[in-house]
Design a protein around this ligand. Structure first.
Ligand SMILES: *[C@@H]1O[C@H](CO)[C@@H](O)[C@H](O)[C@H]1NC(C)=O
Ligand SMILES: *[C@@H]1O[C@H](CO)[C@@H](O)[C@H](O)[C@H]1NC(C)=O
Length: 290
């Protein structure tokens, strides 16, 4: 009898474990990892460099189902630099793993960069709906207009990504105008702002940061906090992911606790400081959403 009870208890325990396993498996299936990465002047020279830089960049990018890239320097008419980047990712494999959505060169001076979304092609979880460079009433206020992407996540619904790379010298003004960009969206779904906001240290002091949080983006959650260093050279959190949290008309973005933060590729790959900085002076920032 005693042995029988033990057996039954064991049996119940195993079924329970199996069940949690299934639950975990299910949630893993329906989450996607999104990120933002300032690739530090990713130009033709960098894309064709023969050292380990591109191998590591490819490895980093393949963590993500969807990633927003800044500082892509490509003056060609046929997306030469981005195609080289995609080739590095695919390397020997015949199938194309990622596809790119590329902005025109943006910038008011001779320095122009493209903003790029890369996404996993075979992922059935993401449906790309549309993309465009913001061109509304405050577009002149930005050095580089936000690059907007509408997607549909199979497990969730519509999400609008507002990708941006704010100009260091006018972070405060550009950041405030991002609020206008949001208010001018015709569709009221979930929103994710992401990119290199330069939103810290000498470019945005604590008082102004507080104002941004409490006045301009009070319905939003900041997933990269001020203590999270996103830069390899300075202790600053320039790069941000800011999501709508279900207040007012903006639907909540579901994100998995503890998946938000940086990917410290220098430590993970045990790189020298020199090689790490050739990859970028920024860490990617990331979070899992579902
Ligand atoms: C932005 O809109 C203006 C006015 O509608 C138009 O002339 C201009 O070509 C647009 N620019 C872009 C980059 O789409
Ligand atoms: C993750 O986001 C939460 C909510 O905003 C925040 O409290 C936490 O500090 C964030 N973690 C990191 C590493 O930034």
């Amino acid at each position: 009898m005693y042995r029988f009870v033990r057996f039954i208890t064991l049996f119940i325990l195993i079924s329970l474990l199996n069940n949690t396993d299934n639950l975990l498996f299910k949630s893993r299936l329906s989450t996607i990892k999104i990120g933002s990465f300032n690739l530090r002047r990713y130009s033709l020279a960098k894309a064709t460099s023969t050292n380990a830089v591109n191998t590591h960049i490819s490895k980093i990018l393949q963590r993500y189902d969807l990633i927003f890239l800044q500082e892509i320097i490509d003056t060609s008419n046929d997306n030469q630099v981005v195609n080289l980047l995609l080739n590095h990712i695919d390397k020997k494999s015949k199938i194309k793993k990622y596809a790119a959505i590329i902005s025109p060169p943006l910038g008011s001076t001779s320095y122009k960069e493209r903003l790029v979304y890369l996404y996993k092609k075979k992922s059935s979880k993401i449906k790309i709906l549309s993309s465009y460079v913001y061109n509304g009433s405050v577009s002149k206020m930005f050095e580089r207009q936000p690059f907007i992407l509408h997607i549909e996540l199979s497990s969730f619904g519509k999400i609008i990504f507002i990708g941006t790379h704010l100009k260091p010298d006018s972070v405060y003004d550009e950041f405030r105008h991002l609020r206008t960009v949001i208010d001018q969206l015709k569709e009221k779904s979930s929103i994710i702002l992401l990119g290199d906001f330069n939103a810290d240290c000498s470019y945005l002091n604590n008082v102004k940061k507080k104002e941004m949080r409490n006045t301009y983006f009070s319905e939003f959650q900041w997933l990269i906090d001020d203590r999270t260093e996103t830069n390899l050279l300075e202790s600053c959190s320039y790069d941000r992911i800011i999501v709508s949290s279900g207040i007012n008309q903006w639907k909540k973005v579901n994100w998995k606790p503890k998946t938000n933060g940086t990917f410290q590729f220098d430590k993970k790959f045990k790189l020298t400081k020199k090689l790490a900085l050739q990859i970028s002076d920024h860490y990617p920032v990331e979070v899992d959403i579902y």
